[in-house]
Ligand binder design. Structure first.
Ligand SMILES: Cc1cc2nc3c(=O)[nH]c(=O)nc-3n(C[C@H](O)[C@H](O)[C@H](O)COP(=O)(O)OP(=O)(O)OC[C@H]3O[C@@H](n4cnc5c(N)ncnc54)[C@H](O)[C@@H]3O)c2cc1C
Ligand code: FES
Length: 275
């Protein structure tokens, strides 16, 4: 995958919640319009430790007169994201992208269900935003299930409230919205949707995606998931993000989450270990 590496300039890097930041980065206007679900590999320009870039989904994208504005919503979990959190306005970052396949939009289905766990809201938010902007989106009924550990971890909700979707917030501890895991709350509501008329899009931690796979197992719902796999090169060169999948004929193989994904059909993913 050959995509340009851009030097971006940070115009804002604000802590929205404890350890959760919104970074706005200006890049040259030659940056391609991203598809919802695509991501960038980001690293501090000129810094060698950590050497590897980190994958972050594109949360929002717009074009100015002579630049593009990328918005990245990220949670601090380790060294790379900690360094990003310390960057101030005017700092430069290397941005490689947009990378990955993005979500496939199936407009023939009337109901669209989005299931996000934690920071998994980032790629789904861009998808919802772009569907709401479409002139033909009025026949669509969009339902969003958002799961967080607790009220203090809720992120990205204000932006979604401005969009044309019905939102159910869930927290593991019940401090906001419905109490329980987001997949459990969705499961309780499942009878509201029919598989022939509903597309599901999900992003979140691996355990959440695995639970969703169990819930949807044997159902005919079409579900695309964006995976937050650990990555090294991010461009398909190292096989560090290999994912076991089966093709349409049920034949087992491996795909690279960075280059062939990060979006996959949930039903194609093989979860059990083969070794
Ligand atoms: C396609 C894609 C899109 C992503 N989009 C976003 C986003 O929009 N916002 C965001 O905050 N994060 C996103 N992530 C996850 C993000 O890339 C990692 O959190 C980040 O790389 C961690 O780097 P670090 O140096 O801070 O942590 P490290 O020091 O590398 O790791 C610290 C801890 O986090 C765990 N960890 C690291 N990477 C991941 C991962 N990918 N999934 C689960 N646990 C991990 C490690 O096991 C370790 O316990 C995305 C990942 C992928 C693959
Ligand atoms: S991270 Fe190197 S191939 Fe995907």
């Amino acid at each position: 995958m050959t995509k340009d590496i851009y030097i971006g300039e940070i115009s804002r890097n604000e802590e929205l919640q404890e350890d959760c930041f919104l970074m706005k980065v200006k890049v040259a206007s030659s940056f391609e319009n991203p598809l919802p679900g695509q991501f960038v590999m980001i690293r501090i320009a000129g810094l060698n430790d950590p050497f590897l870039s980190r994958p972050i989904s594109i949360y929002s994208f717009s074009r100015g007169r002579n630049y593009c504005l990328l918005e990245l919503l990220y949670r601090v979990v380790g060294k790379g994201t900690q360094i990003l959190a310390g960057l101030i306005e005017g700092s430069q970052v290397e941005i490689h992208g947009p990378l990955g396949n993005g979500f496939e939009i199936q407009t023939v289905k009337k109901n669209i269900v989005f299931i996000a766990g934690g920071i998994g809201i980032a790629p789904l938010s861009l998808l919802i935003e772009s569907l709401c902007r479409r002139v033909d989106c009025s026949p669509l009924a969009m339902t969003v299930y958002l799961g967080f550990q607790g009220a203090s971890a809720v992120i990205g909700l204000d932006k979604l409230k401005k969009l044309c979707c019905d939102i159910t917030v869930c927290t593991d501890d019940g401090t906001l919205g419905a109490k329980g895991f987001v997949t459990q709350i969705f499961q309780k509501d499942m009878k509201k949707f029919t598989s022939d008329n509903t597309s599901i899009y999900a992003c979140g931690p691996k355990e959440m995606i695995k639970s969703l796979a169990k819930i949807l197992n044997k159902s005919k719902f079409s579900c695309q998931v964006s995976l937050e796999e650990r990555m090294a090169c991010g461009t398909g060169a190292c096989m560090g993000c290999a994912l076991a999948v089966k093709d349409k004929k049920g034949v087992f193989g491996y795909k690279r989450v960075c280059a062939d994904g990060p979006v996959f059909n949930l039903a194609d993913i093989i979860w059990e270990s083969r070794v």
